[in-house]
Design a protein around this ligand. Structure first.
Ligand code: 5AD
Ligand code: SF4
Length: 453
């Protein structure tokens, strides 16, 4: 009988990808995915260190899982409990000592060694396994081929790590230095995903547009070159990539937005702040004006490009005028969507040590004002789709009978009336309305005259 594996995933899409690959690594050992941790033979929590109070929340969840583990033991079974991801990477030793009932703790660069770790953890029950090295070998050379694809949209990690060291961010410490997979390996994985039914692939990396991998021709390939090669794969209809840094938005990649029809007209390009003083304190290595010029170039290449960003309000030392500069930048760019956060000090990052931390009330006020403006822009953008016909990738059934959910080229959720037979295809949808977080529409059927011609 298959052993039950439950993985809970927090944080970014790279963690979603990593969790799927952990399941791939464990499948040959007889582990099959389960829906809940109760009674599971292995539970992995794949953590995110960017979350506020990330380690406290991890210990809290471990406390609850400990009860399930004890229950399983009382029934004569054994639950292997593991902590993976960025909290594991940053606080591995602390987890092992504060939660000794945890069997395995491993970072994002070590999960290809899961079979060895599982063997050790089950052989030497009670003595935990810690693996938070940044190994010299790449895990990508040691992972099995991925299992059946769920849905028609897939993630593919092409780059990991970050050398930018923004002063608020833990990623350079938890994910390590920038690393790009060789292009040939990525193209092979993409072909397999398309054969398994993927119509859309989202290329992932903490700094995805810093991609510089070795091409099959032995040369250095940037992300633009890689995207052009991926676009030649028959059946791959949509390509996206995330997350990008403004500094790495080179001309070839910008040009690809105008030249590669499969590259979707939506880009997540975090700016964090509109104030040069704050950008400097954040060590972002770009000014607000440079960001606006990049946006201008991108829109010249692809006029309908929809933009998204991350913002942090209340960074140490942020004055009203700095915050106003952020609001002004938002008004100038006009976002289709965005994520915004109150600054919160992460232990071990330089900004956590800065004086002039902003008080909570000011952060709350600024965040509310920014989110109101972003929500207004998002609603206006969604409403502007009404009356248009958009190609929609139909992904699943909706909550109500006869409803389907799909994705527009601009990454909007589209609620469609139609038959489930359309799942897994891209169909033209006449958009009837745009709301705050979604669009509504009906599938356009070709008129008899159009069919005849
Ligand atoms: N405080 C608030 N937001 C943060 N982010 C990263 N670190 C912090 C922090 N210390 C946000 C940034 C980043 C996104 C993934 O999370 O906006 O782009
Ligand atoms: Fe973090 Fe900055 Fe690197 Fe993004 S670019 S992962 S925010 S350090």
């Amino acid at each position: 009988m298959a052993k039950k594996l439950f993985i809970r995933t927090y944080g970014c899409q790279m963690n979603v990808y990593d969790s799927a690959r952990m399941a791939d690594v464990l499948a040959p050992l007889g582990y099959a995915p389960a829906e809940a941790p109760d009674g599971a033979d292995m539970v992995i929590i794949n953590t995110c260190h960017i979350r506020e109070k990330a380690s406290e929340k991890t210990f809290h969840e471990l406390g609850r899982l400990r009860q399930l583990k004890e229950q399983k033991a009382a029934e004569g079974g054994r639950m292997v409990l593991a902590v993976a991801g960025c909290v594991a990477q940053a606080e591995g030793a602390e987890i092992m000592s504060r939660a000794p009932y945890v069997d395995m703790v491993f970072g994002p660069q070590a999960y290809h060694r899961l079979p060895e770790m599982v063997a050790r953890a089950t052989r030497e029950a009670g003595s935990g396994v810690l693996d938070t090295d940044f190994p010299v070998e790449s895990k990508f050379d040691h992972l099995p081929e991925e299992q059946a694809l769920q849905g028609h949209s897939a993630f593919l990690t092409v780059q990991e790590g970050c050398d930018k060291f923004c002063t608020f961010c833990v990623v350079p410490y938890t994910r390590g230095a920038e690393f790009s997979r060789p292009a040939g390996q990525i193209l092979e994985e993409a072909r397999r995903l398309v054969r398994a039914g993927a119509l859309e692939i989202t290329l992932l990396g903490q700094n995805v547009n810093a991609y510089h991998g070795e091409g099959p021709d032995g040369r250095d390939w940037g992300l633009g070159r890689l995207i052009r090669a991926l676009a030649e794969i028959d059946g791959l209809e949509r390509i996206r990539y995330t997350t990008s840094h403004p500094r790495d938005m080179d001309d070839d990649l910008i040009a690809a937005h105008g030249e590669v029809p499969q590259l979707m007209p939506y880009l997540h390009l975090p700016v964090q702040s509109g104030s040069d003083r704050i950008l400097e304190a954040m060590n972002r290595k770009h000014k607000a004006e440079a960001y606006l010029r990049i946006v201008e170039k991108l829109r010249a290449a692809r006029p309908d490009l929809a933009l998204s960003s991350d913002f942090i309000v209340g960074f140490p030392g942020e004055r009203d005028a700095d915050f106003e500069a952020t609001m002004q930048l938002v008004r100038e760019v006009g976002y289709a969507q965005a994520f915004s956060f109150k600054y919160s000090a992460r232990p071990g990052t330089p900004a956590a040590l800065l004086e002039l931390q902003i008080d909570e009330a000011a952060k709350t006020e600024r965040l509310a004002a920014l989110q109101a403006l972003l929500a207004e822009q998002q609603l206006a953008f969604n409403r502007s789709m009404a009356g248009r016909t958009l190609p929609v990738l139909v992904e699943k059934t909706g909550k109500l009978p006869g409803q389907l959910i799909g994705k527009s080229p601009y990454l909007q959720s589209v609620v469609i009336e139609g038959t489930p037979r359309l799942i897994g295809s891209i169909v033209p949808v006449a958009i009837s309305a745009g709301y705050q977080n979604s669009l509504a529409g009906t599938v356009e059927t070709a008129s008899p005259a159009a069919l005849a011609s």
